[in-house]
Unconditional design. Structure first.
Length: 244
């Protein structure tokens, strides 16, 4: 894989954060709708902000495109560490693919709710709103697996000039931990564990965004290091799992 292609792919993490969170802001869902809002309040929100929600969700959908090249470039650089047998690299790639679906599906469902909310019963809109917000906030497993996979691979890199700096592994472990408070979300309608709460939403959102920014920087650094050391276009390819 050429240096130019890898560099473009490494920037995809930054592009995802910029486009995805810009769409989130435009939609009016940042900060989120409060989970203890009445059906009428929720219905009025969807009707009044219908075009904002549609535009924001379309932008967030576009942002999800960047998750795929991001997972690929991180996995390619992980493969440089693991060598021929790359179970954690492939696990990260699978988690990245699942994470793309996990991020994209709620966006599509929000678009469906905002398609013609003026024709919906407020009770139905509240049910649909709950049905989307809960999985949108609680779907931490793919990102959790990605963070721990990358951290584990970094800890195995014993070379003098590692592919990824070791401090990133510790950051990723804290990132994985920051996602876990979302497990309490189904039991709360307000407070720090609600879907708009300090621990469930705000803490997780900060670490979620920083995860992509930090790993984009790390991949850009790794690609530069790879080719400065005389790397070739094939150095970062994921090895064949089958024995020669």
């Amino acid at each position: 894989m050429s240096k130019q292609v890898q560099t473009v792919m490494a920037w995809s993490g930054v592009a995802f954060v910029v486009v995805f969170f810009a769409g989130f802001l435009i939609s009016g869902f940042f900060p989120p709708i409060q989970p203890d809002d009445t059906p009428q309040q929720i219905a009025e929100r969807y009707v009044a902000d219908q075009d904002r929600i549609r535009a924001g969700m379309v932008l967030m959908m576009i942002g999800c495109v960047f998750l795929m090249p991001f997972a690929a470039i991180v996995s390619a650089q992980m493969a440089r560490i693991e060598g021929r047998w790359t179970p954690l690299t492939y696990l990260n790639l699978v988690a990245g693919a699942v994470g793309t679906v996990a991020a994209l599906l709620p966006v599509l469902l929000f678009l469906g709710i905002a398609y013609r909310p003026e024709n919906r019963d407020p009770e139905l809109l509240q049910a649909l709103n709950d049905f989307v917000w809960v999985p949108f906030i609680i779907n931490w497993p793919p990102a959790f697996v990605e963070a721990l996979c990358i951290a584990a691979v970094i800890f195995t890199d014993r070379r003098a000039n590692p592919v990824f700096p070791r401090w990133i592994a510790y950051f990723l472990m804290w990132t994985a931990i920051a996602f876990l408070p979302a497990c309490a979300l189904p039991f709360f309608y307000d407070g720090p564990f609600a879907w708009d709460g300090l621990l469930t939403f705000w803490l997780a959102a900060v670490f979620f965004g920083c995860f992509y920014l930090v790993m984009s920087w790390a991949c850009l650094r790794a690609v530069k290091q790879q080719f400065a050391a005389g790397g070739t276009d094939t150095d970062a390819q994921i090895p064949d799992l089958l024995p020669a």
